[in-house]
Design a protein around this ligand. Structure first.
Ligand SMILES: Nc1ncnc2c1ncn2[C@@H]1O[C@H](COP(=O)(O)OP(=O)(O)OP(=O)(O)O)[C@@H](O)[C@H]1O
Length: 264
């Protein structure tokens, strides 16, 4: 695959054709949903694409208290006066930038009401508190992410929401992508980065274990960073991989056993 990296962009190594899909969605005013496990590169991908397209990026980490007003804006008291302050979604629409809603499924239901007219062919942001209705300019793009792996039956995206988005499925990168990513982010040498990525492959292949999700690329980079700074490999794996993945002594021991297979 062609390496599209140039030095002034946030580093992102493409896994497949996701950069083309993003560019085509953007060029045609289509919203994009990134699905995948935590720490696999979704946020970095959006940062890279925003910089590549020269667009301002407004990122919102969604949580179960996040309301439509948090995205759109609210009246605030400033120096005795009431002034309207745009929220990140409104700023992105006004600027013609990208608004990235990380873990959109966590947001409150009233957020969906705002997103629907913005993510179909109307492309309109309805601001009920000010009575304004903004038509999104052509460069505006809404990107959302969602982790289907979380077994949260109460929080699922409704078909009427997910069928408004072009979607890309993410997963942990293949070893030939993940190893150079780990090396570049941590400055660890190839041999030791390769061993960590092999360990990750074994952990991700575990089944029947009480692991909610496989080890993320983010954790591998943490482990690699500690090793590159001189920490003993087994200590770094313990602190950056085993402890973050599980609290269960049996599971932790199984992970140590896997590490012993790789590191002898
Ligand atoms: N293809 C890739 N190219 C470059 N860096 C990558 C890639 N994949 C993963 N990474 C690295 O993995 C780290 C974690 O990725 P990122 O923060 O984008 O995860 P995420 O999928 O957005 O996670 P979350 O859903 O928890 O927000 C990044 O800081 C980056 O260093």
């Amino acid at each position: 695959m062609k390496d599209l990296q140039t030095s002034d962009l946030p580093f992102y190594r493409p896994v497949a054709d996701e950069c083309d899909v993003f560019e085509t969605a953007h060029a045609n005013g289509l919203p994009l949903l990134l699905k995948g496990p935590t720490g696999c590169g979704k946020t970095r991908f959006v940062e890279h694409m925003a910089a590549r397209l020269g667009l301002p990026l407004h990122t919102v980490a969604c949580h179960d208290d996040l309301s439509a007003a948090d995205l759109i804006g609210r009246y605030l008291l400033k120096g005795g006066e009431t002034v309207w302050v745009d929220g990140p979604l409104t700023r992105a629409v006004r600027e013609g930038g990208i608004c990235y809603l990380d873990e959109v499924v966590e947001a409150r239901k009233d957020v969906t009401v705002v997103l629907h007219p913005l993510t179909d062919d109307r492309r309109r942001l309805v601001m009920d508190r000010t009575g304004e209705e903004l038509e999104a300019p052509k460069p505006f793009m809404l990107v959302a992410s969602y982790n289907p792996g979380y077994q949260n039956i109460l929080k699922k995206l409704k078909p009427s929401t997910r069928q408004r988005f072009i979607s890309i499925g993410f997963d942990f990168p293949a070893p030939e992508v993940e190893t150079p990513v780990v090396m570049r982010e941590s400055r660890l040498d190839e041999a030791r980065a390769t061993a960590l990525v092999r360990l990750a492959g074994k952990i991700r292949a575990l089944s029947g274990m009480d692991l909610e999700e496989g080890v993320s690329t983010r954790l591998l980079i943490y482990a690699a960073t500690m090793i590159a700074r001189g920490m003993a490999v087994d200590r770094a794996i313990e602190a950056a991989i085993i402890e973050p993945l599980s609290d269960e002594p049996d599971v932790q021991q199984a992970l140590r056993d896997l590490a012993a297979v790789i590191y002898g």
